[in-house]
Design a protein around this ligand. Structure first.
Ligand SMILES: Nc1ncnc2c1ncn2[C@@H]1O[C@H](COP(=O)(O)OP(=O)(O)OP(=O)(O)O)[C@@H](O)[C@H]1O
Length: 331
């Protein structure tokens, strides 16, 4: 069996937090941001790393990429120990933090790419072709010569992703890549990332609060809570486990006051004077196909849309279902 591209064992990272206690004294509390995490990622896989604010996602990513030293446990990324082999690792991974720029603020992208090509020692004969491919696929052409600080958020993120992929790393780590982007920009980014995976077999690890990112880009999710893994599996499995519901919104040709009892569903709303009905259903109890069939016997369906459960809600339900032993901070 080939070595996993990421391997984490009993990983722990503590932070010392000092807070005022009285006029002159300060208390010192040790907080475990990551608390005994273990998982492997196979090369070529696409994994969503999910959790509420403060669950420990960014801290994990910083340890995977050699920015933070673990307090205990082991990490191997691309077969390397990130802290000791940080420079070698930089040639094998691409990292994008949606909320923090990795680019040179005063330089245009064209200059940044040139600098990155020199840093990664990319062959002069081949890297411009890769740059041109990224410029084309990410539509960067119109702002390649604009300083990064003048770019819109969507333009900057596209630039960040191109910069992270210029050296064609086998592993791409994205921390909230779509945060703050409009619907269209998010969609374009997802199409691009899916395409890169298909073309180059790039392994993808991403943190996100967006359900559409998870659905469109990943096939496995790892959920963390207080620095511990609380779920590792498919999104469908997680949705079923917490009993989260999907909603089918159907538009009818003629208004209907009530559709009556449809097995496995409950009506959450009747809108537009009976022309639109919204039915919630648990995927483990029935399917969209079965509902549609039942609907077809009662009314003429013009259009339909399925609304997926909100990821925050799924994660909250998972957290609530945990029988957690409360963590006591060490003094
Ligand atoms: N440098 C630091 N000093 C002290 N505490 C820290 C530090 N960095 C992170 N923490 C704490 O560690 C915990 C985990 O933080 P982390 O940033 O990893 O969470 P996250 O899951 O990425 O959250 P978010 O979704 O908000 O980005 C939080 O309680 C945070 O306050």
């Amino acid at each position: 069996m080939t070595e996993p591209i990421i391997s984490v064992r009993d990983l722990r990272r503590e932070f010392v937090v000092r807070s005022p206690a009285g006029r002159l004294r300060r208390t010192r509390t040790v907080v475990a941001a990551v608390d005994g995490l273990s998982f492997d990622l196979e090369a070529g896989s696409a994994v969503g790393y999910i959790g509420a604010n403060g669950a420990g996602k960014s801290t994990t990513i910083k340890m995977l990429t050699g920015i933070l030293v673990p307090t205990a446990g082991t990490v191997r990324t691309c077969g390397l120990e990130p802290i000791r082999r940080r420079r070698e690792l930089a040639r094998q991974i691409g990292v994008v933090f949606g909320q923090r720029s990795q680019l040179w603020w005063d330089l245009p992208l064209r200059e940044s790419f040139r600098t990155l090509a020199a840093i990664h020692r990319l062959p002069t004969a081949s890297w411009p072709a890769r740059r041109d491919e990224l410029v084309e696929r990410l539509d960067l052409g119109s702002f390649m010569d604009t300083p990064v600080r003048q770019l819109s958020l969507g333009q900057r993120i596209r630039g960040e992703i191109a910069a992270a992929l210029l050296h064609s790393p086998p592993l791409l780590i994205l921390d909230e890549p779509t945060i703050g982007l409009d619907v269209l920009s998010k969609e374009r980014l997802r199409v691009f990332l899916a395409e890169q995976r298909a073309l180059h077999g790039t392994t993808l690890l991403l943190t996100t609060h967006d359900m559409d990112d998870v659905q469109r880009l990943t096939e496995r999710i790892i959920v963390v809570d207080h620095g511990r893994c609380v779920y590792d599996g498919t999104l469908t499995g997680l949705v079923a486990r917490v009993g989260a519901e999907r909603v089918m919104a159907v538009d009818l040709a003629e208004p209907v006051t009530s559709l009556g009892e449809i097995s496995g569903t409950r009506t959450v709303a009747v809108e537009s004077d009976g022309l639109r009905h919204r039915l919630a259903f648990a995927p483990e109890r029935t399917t969209a196909g079965a509902i549609l069939e039942a609907l077809g016997r009662r009314a003429q369906v013009r259009d339909l849309a399925i609304e997926e459960p909100d990821i925050e809600d799924v994660v909250r339900r998972l957290y609530l279902s945990q029988t957690r032993t409360p963590r006591s901070p060490s003094p």
